[in-house]
Design a protein around this ligand. Structure first.
Ligand code: CP3
Length: 345
């Protein structure tokens, strides 16, 4: 065990410290690529039932920590727990991704209610406390939520989307109505994240998976502004909390996102030029990323080269090794072991 008087490496990196060996965790490190996950998943019934079963959710969170010794555990849950807990109907059909009863009008919006929200998400907070008790103090515990924009895309589209027509139609055509949805989501997400911090989460990651589909002015309005307000409220309420933002697909707008939202760390997707991020954002922001998750499927020399490149470019700046997006189910678990070995060699 490493020296327990020091902060866990992930928190040192988020405090702006460059580490000779960067801390590492992987988005979707718990999931279907692991046989032990599939076993618990099969015993849980519905995917959302798994998210609301503290013992099982804690167990699947810990599985990749035991296997690989990551520097951080990320709470096992889902960004769609928030709309579900606000009263929107959310289901996960096997192999099809999420389905929601879409919200398109102000009448639809009326199904959302904060009454009962806290009781619904209490199970997730319970998972966080179980995790904090179980984890070695050197392993940081990350809580998370979807950013209002990304969660709203699912709520309005009713499912994952390719073109985002329904949600853009609302955001561009009826910004007053869309702002009400963003407001409801921001408020619920704040409560949800404060509960995670009070249960033991030391870091929060805001997943904005679809930040990259908006033009600049709309990005500012629906990604930067709500994120900035949320980060300000969280930091005012819990001053020590570290926040990582993941504006996937934002391109050069990631610079404005970092400068304006008040996040401590910025998670970069695989299309971002890492040397640009180092020059532009380090050391004011801790960088995280950005290995292409598909390199973990193919493995071999291409994986090794990409890992070495990332380590080389980020040498001397505060950095957290991660992927540019989540691990996919096709990933051979031994490639993750090879990755860990290479990072820590
Ligand atoms: O990273 C972790 O290990 C923690 C768990 C986690 C999950 N979802 C578990 C999950 C996290 C952080 C998420 C975030 C999430 N969920 C995002 C943002 C990150 C990203 O991937 O862009 C989004 C957009 C969602 C919504 C979501 N949940 C979709 C689109 C799907 C279906 C796609 C799929 O892989 O099946 C999910 C389901 C989901 N969330 C699974 C897991 C492990 C797979 C469902 C299963 O096990 O049956």
């Amino acid at each position: 065990m490493r020296d327990p008087v020091l902060l866990p490496p992930l928190l040192r990196a988020l405090n702006g410290e460059p580490l000779a060996t960067p801390p590492v965790w992987l988005m979707r490190q718990a999931g279907r690529y692991l046989a032990e996950y599939r076993a618990v998943r099969a015993s849980a019934g519905d995917f959302l039932d798994l998210c609301h079963s503290p013992d099982k959710a804690a167990e699947v969170t810990l599985q990749p920590i035991r296997r690989y010794g990551f520097d951080a555990a990320i709470l096992f849950s889902d960004i769609l727990v928030v709309p579900d807990s606000l009263g929107q109907k959310v289901t996960f059909a096997e192999g099809e991704g999420p389905r929601l009863t879409p919200i398109r009008t102000s009448e639809d919006l009326a199904v959302l209610s904060k009454i009962g929200f806290q009781d619904k998400v209490r199970t997730v907070w319970r998972t966080v406390s179980l995790l904090r008790e179980a984890l070695d103090p050197n392993v940081a515990l990350i809580g998370f939520a979807g950013s209002p924009w990304t969660v709203a895309t699912y709520m309005v589209e009713g499912r994952g989307s390719k073109d985002y027509i329904a949600v853009k139609k609302m955001a561009y055509g009826d910004p007053g109505l869309f702002a009400r949805l963003i407001e409801i989501l921001s408020d619920a997400t704040f409560d949800y994240l404060i509960g995670q911090v009070d249960a033991g989460a030391q870091v929060l990651q805001l997943f904005d998976s679809w930040a990259g589909v908006l033009p600049e002015d709309q990005f500012r309005r629906w990604v930067i502004e709500p994120t900035k307000a949320l980060v300000q409220r969280l930091k005012a309420a819990r001053p020590g909390i570290k926040i990582i933002g993941f504006p996937k697909g934002a391109g050069v707008l990631a610079e404005d996102y970092a400068n304006e939202t008040g996040v401590d760390g910025i998670s970069l997707d695989s299309s971002q030029k890492l040397s640009w991020a180092v020059e532009t954002l380090s050391p004011r922001f801790t960088l995280q990323g950005n290995l292409d998750p598909i390199l973990l499927v193919s493995g071999g020399p291409a994986l090794d080269r990409a890992v070495d490149h990332i380590l080389e470019v980020t040498k001397g700046v505060p950095f957290i090794f991660n992927l540019g997006h989540g691990i996919v189910p096709e990933t051979p678990p031994e490639n993750v072991a090879a990755l860990m070995k290479r990072i820590r060699k």
